[in-house]
Every structure is written in C-alpha cells, then in structure tokens.
Design a protein around this ligand. Structure first.
Ligand code: ADP
Length: 217
C-alpha cells in the first residue's frame, strides 16, 4: 500500500507515521527528515535548503522532486510506503504522479490529519525530536521518560530551529495556502481520502488511522 499523510505542521504526522510504518513494516519517506539530514551533513542540497527551512518557507520544488526521486529509486520493491511531508505543492503532485507511473505504482490512500492553528502552535512550541529515529515528544504534553532523552534509542533530543513562534506562523500560512488545496485534488483522484482529527491523544489517533486504512489493531 502507498499512503500519503497530509496535514499541517505539528498535527502528528511524524508520530503517527512512525507508529504506522513500524506496525506494518512499511518504509517512510519523510522529506523534512531527509532535508534535515542533508543540512546536518552539509551537502549541496542541505546548504541550499537551510535558508528556506529556517524561514518556514518551502524548499524549491526542483530540489525536493530530485531528492524524492532518488529516495524512491533506492527503496526495496514491493514494500508499503508512507509519504510524510510530500507532496506539498501542485508541481510536486504532478511530478510525483509521473514518478509513480514510471515505477508502476499508485497512491492508494491519503490520510489527512487536522487540528486548529491554536492547538498546533501550542504543540510545536514544546516539540522536541530525536535526531536519530525521528520520534517526536512535547516537553509539556508528551514528555519522554527521561528529560531530554529519546525513549526509543537514548539520543539527546533537539529543538528544531524552525520551531520558533515566528517561523511556525509562517509554516501554517504556507500550509494553508500551498498544501491544503491538494486535499481536494486527491479527493478527485482514485485514492481514498480519510479525514481524522489530530486533536486527540496519540493512541486515539492511531486507532482511527488503523481503522480507516483497514489494517486493524
Ligand atoms: P512540518 O510539517 O512540521 O513543517 P517538516 O519536517 O515536514 O515540518 O518540514 C520542515 C521544513 O522542510 C518545511 O518548513 C520546508 O521548509 C521543508 N520541506 C519539507 N518537505 C518539503 C516539501 N515537500 N517541499 C518543500 N519544502 C519542504
């Protein structure tokens, strides 16, 4: 199965994506994580992307499309794939369609997680992430067992440099303008689109996602 997780920053795509991919044995393609890895490694792509990311702007489509193309071609054939953070713009949707077609693949499901801007801003303010496995915590709402340390692999948690209040507002505006309209595109496609409230506990959201996808608990 090929699934896109869509939704605003902070809605829980990362958390749910990890849970879902782990329980199903699926691969995850997370453009934000790929970009942060490129920034940390100081690659050409990372150097070009950094400025956009810290301003909460989208990284230009050609860079993203090339990066996803490379990632897709390196995935083992026949596995389920979960896309998180991609596609985010109309040109990305178009390029993605071409890439999938060339590989004989289709998008089966789109899971849209939703929450109000107020909830998202509160969550992002306290967000801490694991640079190793991508697990996401919130220092107030969902703290790790040991402060500042990932429950999963013991790495030191980091506060993303684009999780500042000013940048978050811009990321939300960019999401509503560029990415939210893609939902109606997928509603008009062959993919089945599920809308789920991200404004619930992690377990409740997970149960709804699994039920919607029919992959049961
Ligand atoms: P969030 O969804 O919480 O904003 P991500 O980790 O998905 O965070 O993305 C962080 C940043 O990386 C974005 O603000 C943007 O600058 C860049 N980015 C990630 N995915 C894409 C994409 N598909 N197209 C353009 N820019 C992207």
């Amino acid at each position: 199965m090929h699934v896109i997780l869509l939704g605003p920053p902070g809605v829980g795509k990362g958390t749910q994506g990890i849970l879902l991919a782990n329980s199903m044995g699926w691969q995850r393609v997370v453009t934000g994580d790929l970009l942060r890895a490129a920034v940390n490694a100081g690659t050409d792509l990372g150097q070009q992307a950094q400025e956009y990311m810290s301003a909460g702007e989208l990284v230009p489509d050609p860079l993203i499309i090339e990066m996803v193309k490379e990632k897709l071609s390196a995935l083992p054939a026949g596995t389920g794939v979960l896309f998180d953070g991609f596609p985010r713009t109309e040109p990305q949707v178009t390029a993605f369609g071409v890439m999938l077609e060339a590989l004989g693949l289709t998008i089966d499901r789109v899971v849209v997680l939703e929450a109000s801007d107020e909830v998202l801003v509160a969550r992002i303010a306290g967000r801490r992430s694991c640079p190793t496995c991508g697990s996401v915590y919130n220092s107030v709402l969902a703290p790790p067992q040991r402060e500042g340390v990932c429950d999963n692999d013991g790495s030191q948690l980091v506060h993303r440099t684009d999780d500042t209040e000013a940048t978050v507002q811009n990321r939300l505006t960019v999401y509503r303008r560029e990415t939210e309209p893609l939902i109606s595109y997928y509603e008009g496609s062959n993919a089945i689109v599920h809308h789920i409230s991200g404004d619930q506990g992690v377990d409740e959201v997970q149960a709804e996602v699994l039920q919607a996808l029919g992959v049961g608990l």
